[in-house]
Design a binder for this molecule. Structure first.
Ligand SMILES: [Mn+2]
Length: 278
């Protein structure tokens, strides 16, 4: 497994669960200096990345781009894939595709989290699922041209009523048939709220898992909450997961300390040199 740390550039997301903030060049230096393999970026728009020499910054620091979030489509523009208005749904799809284009160039996946929207108001559960499935299908195909999967993230019940567990999300994606190019993002904070058994859910989801948000029970860095990581890491190993453990946590107690706590926890639990578990 590989280590990763999140960087947010979205003013509206201030106070949210991102470790590093505001400055990609500084975040790249810090991530490399601490020994992370990759960064995950939450940008306000695709332009925020295309106007940087991002490829050079990553290369100079020996970093990969692991993933790029699409949540600014919701927090800045109030777009979701489940909007009752077809024009708004179409704008939401265009926003996600524009993020796929900037992420894909660097071999990274885009993440659908809050952009999945809700069943509420005039939108029935069946409608919301249909709209989401259509959006994921189109965006998953778009990601194929970059040879990367699209990542779909089940969220906890306070953030969506679409899908809250890996098993229900996996069954939902199966409606698209075998070759849908969508993987699940297993966020250990959301899972701690929703799953009966976090390790068991990972075992069941198996190779459908394409990315992991590495975070403790209280959304603080790993080691600062009450999650038992032993069984979780063992389950990820057993299903052959070799992707990123990406720190999407509150910058608690501050960004540097959160990053340093995360890399220490990663080395203890999950680095290739870890001897702490079987
Ligand atoms: Mn997450």
């Amino acid at each position: 497994m590989k280590s990763c740390v999140t960087v947010s550039l979205v003013e509206e997301a201030r106070g949210g669960p991102f470790v590093l903030w505001d400055d990609i060049p500084a975040a790249c230096s810090k991530a490399a200096q601490m020994g992370f393999d990759a960064i995950e970026i939450f940008p306000p728009s695709p332009d925020a990345l295309t106007r940087l020499p991002l490829a050079n910054m990553l290369d100079d620091h020996g970093l990969q781009l692991a993933a790029v979030g699409t949540g600014a489509g919701w927090v800045k523009h109030r777009l979701t894939l489940a909007d009752p208005d077809p024009n708004q749904r179409s704008k939401a799809i265009d926003f996600v595709k524009s993020i796929i284009d900037v992420a894909g160039k660097h071999g990274a996946s885009a993440i659908i989290g809050s952009m999945q929207g809700w069943a509420r108001g005039d939108v029935t559960t069946a409608d919301a699922h249909k709209y989401l499935l259509d959006g994921l299908s189109v965006c998953g195909r778009h990601a194929e041209s970059y040879n990367v999967p699209l990542l779909y993230e089940p969220l906890n019940r306070y953030e969506t009523n679409q899908f809250n567990t890996l098993a229900t999300a996996k069954a939902f994606l199966n409606r698209l048939g075998a070759s849908h190019n969508i993987k699940l993002l297993a966020d250990l904070f959301h899972m701690q709220i929703e799953e009966t058994d976090v390790a068991g859910a990972i075992t069941e989801a198996g190779e459908t898992i394409g990315h992991v948000h590495f975070v403790d029970s209280n959304r603080r860095p790993v080691g600062l909450g009450h999650t038992d990581f032993r069984a979780i890491i063992a389950a990820l190993r057993a299903v052959g997961y070799t992707g990123y453990l990406s720190a999407e946590t509150f910058p608690y107690p501050d960004p540097d300390a959160a990053a340093s706590q995360t890399i220490r926890a990663f080395r203890y639990w999950a680095s290739p040199y870890s001897v702490s578990n079987d």
